[in-house]
Design a binder for this molecule. Structure first.
Ligand SMILES: [Zn+2]
Length: 136
């Protein structure tokens, strides 16, 4: 019996979902799929240089499972680069969890959380002071 796959935690949906070699007519290009959690694994491990342990924790999977996800992701990227294939990022087993950052106001010491991606937090929500810093 096949055990249902547990959803992996991913911090955001990809902004760009399709990559294609620029020098080959689109109709002649083979397309391979990279799942959203495989992309997240690449982001955490290769872009942010997290350890498998740390990255696995972020995604809610064991170190060993993370190892398998990242290995598959790297193979897909290599296949695309070496063999000139297009990459389509879609699907998989995942849940979006937003990364929150803690901020503290330099004036009134009020603390609050905001998602990392959200822009436009320019003032402390309590005293409207402009100077605050992130604490995480
Ligand atoms: Zn304040």
């Amino acid at each position: 019996m096949v055990r249902p796959k547990k959803n992996r935690m991913v911090s955001s949906n990809p902004d760009i979902g399709y990559f294609t070699p620029g020098d080959t007519p689109a109709a002649d290009v083979d397309v391979i799929k990279l799942s959203v959690e495989e992309r997240e694994a690449l982001r955490l491990s290769d872009l942010l240089e997290m350890s498998y342990e740390e990255a696995g924790k972020k995604m809610g999977v064991s170190r060993a499972t993370f190892g398998r996800v990242i290995q598959k992701a790297r193979k897909i990227i290599a296949d695309a680069l070496i063999n000139g294939k297009a990459i389509y990022i879609k699907g998989g087993n995942y849940t979006i969890v937003s990364e929150k950052t803690m901020f503290i106001c330099n004036k009134c010491s009020h603390q609050w959380e905001e998602t990392r991606k959200k822009r436009g937090i320019e003032r402390c929500p309590a005293c409207k002071h402009e100077y605050f810093q992130s604490v995480s």
